[in-house]
Design a protein around this ligand. Structure first.
Ligand code: UDP
Ligand code: MG
Length: 312
């Protein structure tokens, strides 16, 4: 189990209790890797205390908050399981009780078994609507790599799927996209998404919008293509309008009253140019960040579980 967490002191104990109950019932050898993503609320101390009495728990602490995507990658890097790895949120929105269903899917031979939300409790209509819109856009531009809708990071992956995923070391990590890119036979298991057990979501709309732009730009270059088309369409309109102005002047001696139309054209073209520059800049920034070749995260401390075979 890979569990990224950031400032989750209120839920760690309860999550661990429910996880142990579910995992012990499966009768398998298991380990949970808690990735402390630079928490500042005492989560680290709590994890240390928990580890004293939980032989199954490993803790990877990152040197600062790197974001969920990086934390998840750190967890996958440190997971030692040879059969399968699962990723789950700590806030109990992904109910641990779904885990046996994921394992059942894996036993049927699927490499990737993802939990698909049937409903989203505790989330407003706006979040639901924006999420829906995002999946619609992604479906249209995704080509052969399709994001399954209403799927989060809660999933099980076979060892070979994890190894494949870990070969993708890009810095801009849009995990849903990376999961989808890797492929392999996949199965969806429906579940009801619970409301957060305690604490607050770390996401707000600005961050979600960022994530969506991240998703689109690390997934496809369609926006660049769209910029080209936009330019083409405006050029055609400009040509037609220009012809009209010239003809009016030639045949009717009509100088065409200028200010309003000029203003409209200047503003419209200006904004179209700025927008396309923004799109190009988005990709340029991406190239800049990849070119630096920085590590995805920095580990400040790794405390393996009691089950681990390898020394720390
Ligand atoms: N998380 C993290 N680093 C971050 C933000 C979130 O590791 O910078 C973890 C968080 O502790 C939780 C999971 O990612 O286990 C999902 O976060 P959250 O519940 O805030 O997101 P939501 O469920 O609202 O999408
Ligand atoms: Mg949550």
């Amino acid at each position: 189990m890979v569990v990224p967490l950031y400032n989750e002191v209120e839920v760690i104990e309860e999550f661990h209790r429910r996880l142990v109950a579910v995992m012990d019932a499966t009768g398998r050898r298991w380990e949970v890797v808690y990735v402390d993503d630079g928490s500042r609320d005492g989560s680290a101390a709590l994890l240390q205390a928990l580890q004293q009495r939980a032989p199954n728990a490993a803790v990877v602490s990152l040197s600062r908050n790197f974001g969920k995507e990086a934390a998840m990658t750190a967890g996958l890097d440190h997971a030692q399981a040879t059969d399968a790895v699962m990723v789950i949120d700590i806030d109990l929105q992904d109910p641990p009780e779904v885990i046996p269903d994921l394992i059942a899917g894996w036993q049927r031979g699927f490499d990737v078994v993802y939990a698909q939300r049937r409903s989203r409790a505790g989330e407003g209509w706006l979040k639901k609507a924006t999420a829906h819109g995002f999946y619609r856009v992604m479906a249209r531009i995704g080509g052969p790599v399709q994001l399954p809708p209403d799927v989060g990071d809660f999933r099980l992956m076979s060892r070979r799927a994890v190894d494949a995923l870990l070969r993708l070391r890009e810095r801009h990590r849009f995990m849903k996209g990376l999961f989808a890119w890797v492929g392999f036979p996949s199965l969806a298991v429906p579940y009801d998404r619970a409301a957060r057990a305690a604490g607050r979501t770390k996401w707000n709309y600005a961050r979600l919008l960022d994530l969506s732009i991240e998703g689109i730009t690390s997934f496809t270059t369609v926006p660049l293509r769209m910029a080209t088309w936009l330019g083409l369409v405006t050029a055609l309109i400009a040509l037609a309008y220009g012809a009209r102005v010239v003809l009016m002047a030639l045949f009717y001696g009509d100088p065409v009253p200028g200010y309003p139309s000029l203003m409209t054209v200047v503003l419209l073209l200006g904004s179209v140019q700025l927008m396309t520059l923004g799109v190009i800049g988005e990709y340029l920034g991406r190239i800049f960040n990849e070119a630096k070749q920085r590590p995805l995260y920095i580990v400040s401390e790794h405390r393996p579980s009691g089950l681990s075979d390898a020394p720390a």
